[in-house]
Design a protein around this ligand. Structure first.
Ligand code: SF4
Ligand code: SF4
Ligand code: SF4
Length: 352
C-alpha cells in the first residue's frame, strides 16, 4: 500500500492511499465530529458535520473525501464551527428534542455536539412534524422518530451487519422519514431484535426497553465480559445502575464479532436478577428441597458419590456441564470426573 504525507492542523502525518481525510485524522488523534459516519458501516456522507478545510479554500466532507498527497487540512476554524452549529440547529428544528425526557440523555452524540457548538433550537416555538412514536410494540426496542436525524446509521447497520434490512427511508425533504418494513410497527416487522441499530443510533430515536426507569446514563457503571451463550464468545460491556441492576448490554468492538451481538447476548441477561434464580444449594429431604450451606451440600455430594461408587462402580455416575461456565470450570469438572471419580461419563450442553 502506498503511503502518503499530508498536514492536519499544521502537523505532518502519514496515511495510506485510499484512506479518507477523516480516517487519517482519527488514526492520528484529531477530533472531527460526525453523526452519520460510523467505522462499522459503509460511508454515507449525509450529515456534513465532518466538513474540513482543504488546501485553504475548499470545504469538504472528510468522511468521504480521499486524502491526497501533500494536502493541507484544517479540522476547524471559525467558519467551519459556524457551519457545524448551523447544521445542528437545523437538525434540532426538524425534530422534537427535550433531553430531559429522553432515554438517551447523557448518551447522545447529537446532544454532546449541541453543547460543543452552543447550538440551540431556532424553531422551539413552532409546531413539529408529527412522526412515529412506537415504544410498546417491540419487547426489546423503543422508537421515537421525533428525535431522528435521518443519519442512516440504523439502515446500514441492519442491512450490512445483521443483514435483515428492516429499516428504509421514505419520502423527500421535510417529509423524509424512517420506516420499519414499510410502515409496519417494529414489533410486527421482520426485526430479530439484535439491537445493533439501537447501539449505533447517535440520538435517542432508538433505545432499549431495558433502560427505562433504571436511572440516568451518567450513573451507570461499565464492566466488560464475554457472552455465555455460544462459542463465538462476543465481548460485551454490561452496564449496571446504582442499585446494581443490569441495565443494558453493548457489544464491544474488540470482540470477535466486532461489537455485534445477537438477541441472546443483547437481552439474555435478565436471569441474573430474576427472582426465580437459585442462589444457594438445595438438598432434597423427605421429598422436599431445602436450602443448605455450601459446606453442607458439598459434604453431602461427596458422601453420596462415594456410596454410589462403592455400590455400583464409577460408571454409574455421570456429570453434565454448562456453556454458562468458564472453560476452566468445565476443564475442572471433567478432570474431577476422570481423575477422582474414575469415569469418562462427561458431557456438555454445547455439544448437542
Ligand atoms: S435525542 Fe439527544 S438531543 Fe434529542 S432529546 Fe434525546 S438526548 Fe436530547
Ligand atoms: S434490532 Fe437488529 S434486526 Fe431489528 S431493526 Fe435493529 S438492526 Fe435490524
Ligand atoms: S433512528 Fe437513529 S440511526 Fe436511524 S436514522 Fe434516525 S438518528 Fe440515525
Amino acid at each position: 500500500m502506498n503511503k502518503i504525507q499530508l498536514t492536519i492542523d499544521g502537523v505532518e502525518v502519514t496515511g495510506t492511499q485510499g484512506q479518507t481525510i477523516l480516517e487519517i485524522a482519527r488514526d492520528n488523534g484529531f477530533d472531527i465530529p460526525t453523526l452519520c459516519y460510523h467505522p462499522s458501516i459503509s460511508k454515507t456522507g449525509a450529515c456534513r458535520l465532518c466538513i474540513v478545510r482543504v488546501n485553504g479554500n475548499m470545504i469538504k466532507a472528510s468522511c468521504t473525501e480521499p486524502a491526497a498527497e501533500g494536502a493541507k487540512i484544517i479540522t476547524e476554524d471559525a467558519e467551519i464551527a459556524g457551519l457545524r452549529k448551523g447544521i445542528l440547529e437545523m437538525l434540532l428544528a426538524e425534530g422534537d428534542h427535550n433531553c430531559l425526557y429522553c432515554e438517551e440523555n447523557g448518551n447522545c452524540e447529537l446532544q454532546a455536539l449541541c453543547y460543543r457548538y452552543g447550538a440551540e433550537n431556532p424553531a422551539a416555538d413552532f409546531p413539529k412534524n408529527k412522526r412515529q412514536i412506537d415504544v410498546t410494540s417491540s419487547k426489546g426496542l423503543r422508537r421515537n422518530e421525533n428525535r431522528c436525524v435521518l443519519c442512516g446509521r440504523c439502515v446500514k447497520a441492519c442491512a450490512e451487519i445483521q443483514v435483515q434490512n428492516v429499516w428504509q427511508f421514505d419520502g423527500r425533504g421535510s417529509h423524509a422519514c424512517l420506516t420499519s418494513d414499510m410502515f409496519e410497527k417494529l414489533g410486527d416487522s421482520s426485526c430479530v431484535q439484535c439491537g445493533q441499530c439501537v447501539q449505533i443510533c447517535p440520538t435517542g430515536a432508538l433505545s432499549f426497553q431495558t433502560v427505562l426507569g433504571r436511572g440516568p446514563e451518567w450513573e451507570l457503571k461499565k464492566e466488560s465480559s464475554i457472552c455465555i451463550y455460544c462459542g463465538v464468545g462476543c465481548k460485551i460491556d454490561f452496564y449496571t445502575n446504582k442499585q446494581g441492576q443490569l441495565v443494558k448490554a453493548i457489544g464491544n468492538p474488540d470482540g470477535p464479532n466486532k461489537g455485534h451481538l445477537c438477541v441472546k447476548g443483547r437481552f439474555g441477561f435478565d436471569f441474573v436478577q430474576g427472582d426465580k434464580r437459585i442462589t444457594s444449594p438445595l438438598i432434597k429431604r423427605n421429598g422436599k428441597f431445602e436450602e443448605a450451606s455450601w459446606d453442607e451440600a458439598l459434604d453431602y455430594v461427596s458422601k453420596r458419590f462415594s456410596e454410589i461408587k462403592q455400590a455400583s462402580g464409577p460408571d454409574s455416575i455421570m456429570a453434565f456441564s454448562s456453556a454458562k461456565c468458564t472453560n476452566e470450570e468445565n476443564y475442572l469438572m471433567q478432570k474431577f470426573m476422570r481423575a477422582v471419580v474414575g469415569t469418562n461419563n462427561v458431557d456438555h450442553c454445547a455439544r448437542l
